[in-house]
Design a protein around this ligand. Structure first.
Ligand SMILES: *[C@@H]1O[C@H](CO)[C@@H](O)[C@H](O)[C@H]1NC(C)=O
Ligand SMILES: *[C@@H]1O[C@H](CO)[C@@H](O)[C@H](O)[C@H]1NC(C)=O
Ligand SMILES: *[C@@H]1O[C@H](CO)[C@@H](O)[C@H](O)[C@H]1NC(C)=O
Ligand SMILES: *[C@@H]1O[C@H](CO)[C@@H](O)[C@H](O)[C@H]1NC(C)=O
Ligand SMILES: *[C@@H]1O[C@H](CO)[C@@H](O)[C@H](O)[C@H]1NC(C)=O
Length: 316
């Protein structure tokens, strides 16, 4: 018993230490991923929703959003360490553009190992695996779904597609109001958390509703072009990554040099960008899952999901 207790205390301490060291170095934070997936859920076709629920692990209790941070939780484990470079793509310093062939590789140069490569990879696994008989399915499709949902969120976080030398803003130390942090963390979490405190009752669901309202309102004419890929493609992360590096240059890096203090002016001008990226990530995740699991929806249904009409009527 005391051995167990000792082990428990040590492991807990170790895990906490790891979490503290690692948290916020990649990805939208928990809230950002939750929001992206929650928004996506509301745009899933019935067929796609059914498929998603079949693939979700039991712990999700039928809610995709509840497992969308899973890839962040596991990436520091030995078994999963290889996934940690799939959360982002580094682009050449100050070029402000992205090119799959040039940029999508890991730090040792292995091709396709970056966030856009991972999005192609897990989409492909779901497309080929979903209706195939079990004996042919090579990959765990539950994992594929969780990785895909997470990485589509990540590729929309501007600083996940940004300069190599500052590690996507991780080495740019700034102050967020009074607190010391880094620029990457500001975009993963600080902007969202401050918004929740200032505008949304400290409640992510209130923030999500506000974003949803703008999707069906202000952005209703944009969502079909957001959701679209050129003909025949199930997923198209390259233009999404190009948008992110543009946002990084125009908004994230601008006026955020090392040592600067970011306050109201930065917060209030960047928050709309963050909210739009969460909206785009959600709409595109839904569109991708709809194309994967429901490739031939009736025309009326198609319009209902991405036309001027309101959200799908089912609730989750
Ligand atoms: C594709 O997915 C498989 C299964 O998770 C993994 O072994 C492989 O490394 C992945 N490759 C990329 C580029 O994501
Ligand atoms: C698939 O992956 C999930 C999450 O890692 C795991 O819980 C489940 O046991 C795996 N299924 C199989 C058949 O290996
Ligand atoms: C929604 O749009 C309005 C009008 O442009 C804007 O003021 C507001 O900040 C937006 N809210 C969200 C959550 O996107
Ligand atoms: C979506 O893609 C199709 C096929 O490439 C194209 O015909 C259509 O105009 C696109 N729609 C939008 C809104 O971009
Ligand atoms: C999978 O099979 C079902 C039943 O045969 C079919 O309705 C559905 O369209 C198929 N889905 C895909 C993605 O091929």
């Amino acid at each position: 018993m005391s051995d167990f207790k000792n082990w428990w205390t040590k492991s807990t301490f170790f895990i906490l230490l790891l979490l503290i060291t690692i948290s916020g170095t990649y990805g939208w934070g928990k809230e950002g991923h939750y929001a992206t997936c929650k928004i996506a859920e509301s745009f899933l076709s019935e067929e796609a929703l059914k498929a998603v629920k079949e693939l979700l692990p039991e712990t999700a209790e039928g809610d995709l959003a509840s497992v969308c941070s899973w890839p962040d939780e596991i990436k520091w484990m030995y078994k999963w360490r290889w996934t940690s470079e799939l959360h982002y793509v580094d682009t050449p310093d100050f070029r402000c553009n992205y090119d799959y062939c040039r940029d999508c590789h890991d730090s040792s140069g292995v091709k396709d190992r970056c966030v856009t490569g991972a999005i192609y990879n897990y989409t492909e696994q779901l497309v080929t695996g979903y209706n195939a008989s079990n004996s042919v399915v090579k990959y765990n499709l539950t994992e594929a779904l969780m990785f895909l949902s997470h990485y589509i969120g990540d590729v929309h976080q501007p600083l996940h597609v940004s300069f190599t030398s500052d590690e996507g803003g991780n080495t740019i130390i700034v102050r967020w109001y009074k607190r010391k942090t880094n620029l990457h963390h500001v975009w993963d979490s600080d902007i969202i958390e401050s918004a929740m405190k200032t505008f949304y009752d400290k409640d992510i669901d209130v923030m999500i509703s506000a974003i949803q309202k703008n999707i069906t309102d202000k952005w209703s004419n944009d969502i079909s072009s957001w959701a679209n890929c050129t003909s025949g493609e199930d997923v198209c992360p390259d233009p999404w990554a190009s948008e992110s590096i543009k946002c990084s240059c125009n908004y994230a890096y601008r006026n955020a040099t090392p040592g600067s203090t970011l306050e109201d002016e930065y917060f209030l001008s960047r928050l709309p960008i963050v909210e739009m990226r969460l909206a785009q990530g959600g709409v595109r995740l839904a569109a991708t899952l709809n194309r994967i699991f429901d490739p031939y929806p009736p025309v009326t249904q198609k319009l209902a999901y991405f036309g001027n009409i309101q959200r799908a009527s089912h609730t989750i």
